[in-house]
Write a protein of this length. Structure first.
Length: 195
């Protein structure tokens, strides 16, 4: 076979393959390229418009630490998380969780907070009926009713009172402790003393 004819045949074969590659069927899967839709054949069903259910408890992270453990093979990293959970209607709890991943640690801490939740004895105005004080480790917290002043508190004490739904309250941290977890637990202990 002469060289020219062989070259002509290979070009025609290449052109045919390229033509087959480029001649894709129209998008949409059907004849005439129907658009995807809820009721059309071959399309996905449309999503129903629904609102996501609001969770029963709100949560806030007060502390997160990366803990290092030295083993024979090197270092192992874990995360320790402290979380406050409450329904802003008189129920609040503090929990801790440890895991190799932050999201897992937060989930564990939230479960722990729900398990250790307390129900507060509040007035009709969602304030505390009397002054109360508590000490836990070196953390010492005092809570006082403060009509018409909102929440006058700082650090993790404010987070606990906010998620408990307490209003018109003043708080004072008397210790020098900067430990947020102990301050939050001392606040819970003080709220438990309410009559």
């Amino acid at each position: 076979m002469p060289k020219e004819t062989k070259q002509h045949n290979t070009d025609r074969a290449r052109g045919g393959a390229a033509g087959a590659r480029n001649a894709r069927p129209p998008r949409g899967g059907g004849a005439g390229g129907q658009r995807r839709g809820g009721s059309q054949a071959g399309g996905r069903p449309r999503r129903a418009n629904f609102e996501r259910a609001k969770p029963e408890f709100d949560q806030k992270m007060i502390d997160i630490r990366r803990v290092t453990r030295v083993v024979s093979g090197g270092r192992r990293f874990n995360f320790s998380v402290a979380v406050v959970a409450g329904d802003r209607n008189g129920r609040v709890g503090v929990g801790t969780g440890k895991a190799g991943d932050t999201s897992l640690a937060i989930e564990k801490a939230f479960r722990s907070a729900k398990k250790n939740m307390i129900k507060l004895r509040l007035t009709k105005a969602m304030s505390i009926p009397h002054e109360t004080e508590a000490k836990l480790a070196s953390a010492r917290v005092m809570l006082m009713p403060a009509p018409g002043r909102g929440i006058v508190a700082g650090s993790s004490v404010r987070i606990v009172l906010d998620l408990a739904g307490v209003k018109d309250i003043g708080a004072k941290i008397f210790s020098r402790s900067k430990n947020k977890l102990n301050n939050a637990r001392a606040t819970i202990k003080a709220l438990e003393k309410l009559k």
